[in-house]
Design a protein around this ligand. Structure first.
Ligand SMILES: Cc1cc2nc3c(=O)[nH]c(=O)nc-3n(C[C@H](O)[C@H](O)[C@H](O)COP(=O)(O)O)c2cc1C
Length: 178
């Protein structure tokens, strides 16, 4: 076998298929946004997602308190801003201002939508049982928005250490999965 042992610390780089997203929140009158790549769908309808948010993040404190967020899906055009939002904390700065992101009022939550992202999912936290052990928040998408004028949105997918795959070729096969 030509394969080599892979250090366990590198496993996450193989298992990160979901798009990198921006999680926006509102704490009193203070909005914030952080980058997140560790998340997964857990149900179709209502759509449920599991989000891993470190307890060192300002976002963790806000979501724990407000039980709300918006998951904004950026395309490759926003890649620099996405990394910027993941390298800085909103405890010290206004990331919307710093990275030139535009807030739009959401309809079902107080957390804002990010206008520059091609889709926005307004979410409410419905289960915090796995937060103490894993930092996993289960959120329900209560309202979803999409910019249908973007015909071929290229999302970005984290491969670790600042390396990202950009959505590419699409193939269609007779899969039974919806
Ligand atoms: C590409 C990328 C992916 C990230 N994914 C996650 C993640 O899934 N969960 C997490 O807790 N932090 C993740 N981070 C780190 C947070 O975005 C980072 O700690 C950020 O500074 C938190 O901001 P805040 O303190 O304003 O909440 C990621 C950062 C980058 C650059």
């Amino acid at each position: 076998m030509a394969k080599q042992s892979l250090p366990l610390s590198q496993v996450y780089k193989l298992i990160e298929p979901e798009p990198v997203v921006l999680v926006s929140t509102m704490n009193g009158g203070h909005s914030n946004v952080m980058t997140m790549s560790w998340h997964m769908m857990v149900d179709f309808e209502p759509p449920l997602l599991a989000c891993v948010i470190s307890n060192g993040d300002y976002t963790f404190d806000i979501i724990k308190k407000t039980k709300e967020c918006v998951i904004n899906i950026p395309t490759v055009e926003l890649a620099k801003e996405v990394v910027g939002c993941g390298n800085t904390t909103g405890r010290n700065i206004d990331k919307f201002k710093k990275f030139g992101l535009t807030l739009v009022a959401a309809s079902c939550v107080r957390a804002p939508l990010i206008d520059e992202c091609y889709a926005n999912l307004e979410c409410k936290v419905i289960d915090t049982k796995m937060v103490p052990k894993y930092g996993i928040f289960i959120v329900e998408v209560v309202k979803a928005w999409i910019d249908r004028s973007q015909k071929n949105p290229k999302t970005i997918h984290h491969q670790g250490n600042g390396v990202f795959a950009v959505d590419g070729k699409i193939i269609k096969l007779p899969s039974k999965m919806k």
